[in-house]
Design a protein around this ligand. Structure first.
Ligand code: TYC
Length: 102
């Protein structure tokens, strides 16, 4: 009868799922007291930004309240947050830096 009983087939291709580690955004938060030049220095020192990029990101945080300053593995993000928080504390500025899973 022209049927194709049992002949239906679907071609599938399997692809091994490559495991990528979760990445973490490091966020810098605005406040009313930390000097702008200090924030620019933090971005240059701990996030390897050049001066004009650091200034631009600092202004974004100042105007919008926060900005992502980098995306890293858990360990690196944790270290950056600790370094920034420690540096700010030593200089008696209330600057806050946090991380969140991407
Ligand atoms: N708002 C601060 C000021 O006017 C500057 C500032 C920018 C503070 C970014 C924190 O993450 C920050 N001096």
């Amino acid at each position: 009868d022209g049927g194709r009983d049992g002949e239906t087939s679907v071609v599938t291709k399997t692809r091994p799922k490559t495991q990528r580690p979760p990445m973490y955004k490091v966020l810098l938060l605005n406040d009313d007291y930390t000097p702008m030049e200090f924030v620019v220095h933090v971005l240059e020192r701990f996030f390897g930004m050049n001066h004009s990029h650091a200034f631009e990101i600092m202004l974004t945080v100042h105007k919008r309240g926060l900005a992502v300053v980098g995306v890293f593995s858990f360990e690196v993000a944790e270290t950056k947050v600790a370094q920034v928080m420690d540096f700010a504390r030593r200089h008696q500025h209330p600057l806050q830096c946090t991380m969140e899973k991407e």
